[in-house]
Design a protein around this ligand. Sequence first.
Ligand SMILES: Nc1nc2c(ncn2[C@@H]2O[C@H](COP(=O)(O)OP(=O)(O)O)[C@@H](O)[C@H]2O)c(=O)[nH]1
Ligand SMILES: [Mg+2]
Length: 396
Amino acid sequence: MISLRLLFYRLRKNPWFMVLFPIALTVFIYFEIVSSGNPYLGNDGNSIADHKWAHEKENTFYFPYSNKYKMPKYSYKKKSSWLFNDRVEDIIPENHIAHYDLNKLHSTAEAALNKEHVLILTPMQTFHQEYWDNLLQLTYPREFTELGFILPRTSSGDIALSKLEAAVKKVQTDKKNQRFSKITILRQNSAGFDKLMEKERHALEVQKERRSAMASARNELLFSSLGPKTSWVLWLDADIVETPPNLIQDMTSHNKAVLSANVYQKYYDDQAKKVQIRPYDFNNWQESDTALELAKQMGDDEILVEGYGDLATYRALMAYFYDATGATNAEMNLDGVGGGCTLVKADVHRDGAMFPTFPFYHLIETEGFAKMAQRLNYDIFGLPNYLVYHIEETNT
Ligand SMILES: Nc1nc2c(ncn2[C@@H]2O[C@H](COP(=O)(O)OP(=O)(O)O)[C@@H](O)[C@H]2O)c(=O)[nH]1
Ligand SMILES: [Mg+2]
């Protein structure tokens, strides 16, 4: 028997061996490891030449460097043959995965020119035809205007809903270029306050409960309707019945994070025998030392609301800063706002500023929102000479 050592010696001496051995070894490794489908290499016996990429299987292509041939990144289409048509696209809507780059979403001083989307949000207890007519006379392009409403689950909410739906139907079935880009109508989760008399609604005791319910309604509306394309949110109460036609262009042009118009009221003055105006919304104010001092002495759950004689806060109320001879674009700093007519950059809400239903720095609802926006480092402004009008209440 030849020993192994001798065999190796003889083979090494043979020149054929020196040539053939590396070739044989390579062929052996190829068949053993690669061709036989070694699972560790992950190709399971398939040649790399036969490998199908996802887009090839799905029959879709995506050209990342070409704008001209932009195709959806994702597709659920299955390859279909003339015989078997696997119509997955019937079940899963196409483009239901959408991409939005929030870095490219802006809210600028030239909103209309830059095609920025504005979402007008209105909590609505009563449908006033004057509100709707005023809304329809706004000149901001409708294709960039979305509307959102929330109505209470009360009998007055039911009436408002049917009137609103009729009005909406009329506009949205009219000429295409007259339609709003989207309209959302919500019914409130909680009941809401029905038919409180004007005096009762403003009684200090019911304020906390009422404003907390209003804050809930505003939050429900906001969080259900703010979309990835929204640049601005305009809070417009359902009883604001007169504004300048260029309201949105005028207010966006100030380019402020939060900006309130001055809410006044027109009324018939019996003595003067003519229509006069008077201040209405006292929730737009600048903080005072007195109010801060009062707040300090309050219990954690107490709130400090504006507009009550028995609680003098000495806050500077924007309502009293109106100057009929002043420039309509004059601005003033504010610390608290109302919801009558307030424009907010959508990013302020996206950053987390909402309407506290609980006392937040002894403030609630829209005034609490202003405080929250300030804590998020946004500045708040008002337009004392830019008037919008609240309906004159007749429910006495
Ligand atoms: N969704 C909803 N909206 C309400 C409710 N109460 C009032 N509103 C609406 O909220 C806005 C402000 O309410 P309002 O009573 O006019 O407050 P005021 O103007 O400060 O006296 C208006 O647009 C009302 O129509 C409610 O319970 N639920
Ligand atoms: Mg009102």
